[in-house]
Ligand binder design. Structure first.
Ligand SMILES: [Zn+2]
Length: 64
């Protein structure tokens, strides 16, 4: 049975959670559609990233 080598103390957990929250609070606006996104991630609305549309799947066009 796996046993943790070192238990995480309450202060360690609190520090990790605080860091995580800080990362979540960082937001940027898409220069393409203006929607709020996480920085260094492609846009969740239009797929825009670093000056171009990376993912066109998000548009969900059905061409036959
Ligand atoms: Zn966008």
């Amino acid at each position: 049975m796996p046993v943790p080598k070192k238990r995480v103390g309450h202060s360690d957990q609190a520090h990790r959670r605080a860091n995580w929250k800080a990362i979540l609070s960082q937001v940027t606006n898409c220069p393409h559609c203006g929607v709020v996104n996480r920085p260094h991630c492609l846009c969740t609305n239009c797929g825009w990233y670093k000056g171009r549309v990376v993912s066109e799947k998000l548009h969900a066009h059905h061409e036959h």
